[in-house]
Design a protein around this ligand. Structure first.
Ligand code: CA2
Length: 144
């Protein structure tokens, strides 16, 4: 089984800015933790980060036939991007949406996700663990 991890805009700044909201763990450290979790689960994993909506759409389209599923933190595109939603829906690739912060405890504009409606499930608010829980949930979903 092969899973693609997609990190959206500004997540390359993790651990370097706003630690009170997003913690002190860097994106490289998150990817290392995911890699370890993938080894435990006996699956393959690949990472992609982009600040560009179009690049994320292209990557999701390209995942068809190459990956069994996607774990995505769409960042702020969660709340704006019909294009990313359409890419997930039209490829039909099993996708789990994850967020570091609990978006339902924050500003009202963060409480709307264009992705949730086409995702297998959503995990929000567990910090870095959201990614690990999302990966485990997706692998379990795909196995069953
Ligand atoms: O909680 C999450 O994971 C979010 O997807 C993070 C997005 C935000 O727009 C979503 O509403 C919730 C923001 C990612 C920005 O990441 C930063 C990391 C460090 C410093 C500044 C921004």
């Amino acid at each position: 089984m092969k899973i693609l991890i997609v990190h959206g805009p500004n997540l390359n700044l993790l651990g370097k800015r706003e630690p009170e909201i997003y913690g002190t763990t860097t994106l490289d450290e998150i990817n290392s933790l995911l890699k370890k979790e993938a080894e435990t689960l006996g699956i393959e994993i690949e990472f992609f980060q982009s600040n560009s909506e179009g690049e994320i759409v292209t990557k999701i389209q390209g995942a068809m036939g190459k990956f069994d599923g996607v774990v995505i933190n769409p960042g702020a595109y969660t709340h704006t991007s019909i294009a990313i939603r359409d890419a997930v829906a039209s490829t039909g690739i099993s996708t789990v949406e994850v967020h570091i912060s609990n978006v339902y405890k924050r500003e009202e504009f963060r409480q709307k996700s264009f992705i949730s409606g086409v995702a297998v499930g959503v995990i929000s608010g567990f910090g870095v663990d959201s990614y690990l829980l999302g990966l485990r949930g997706l692998v379990s979903y795909l196995k069953n």
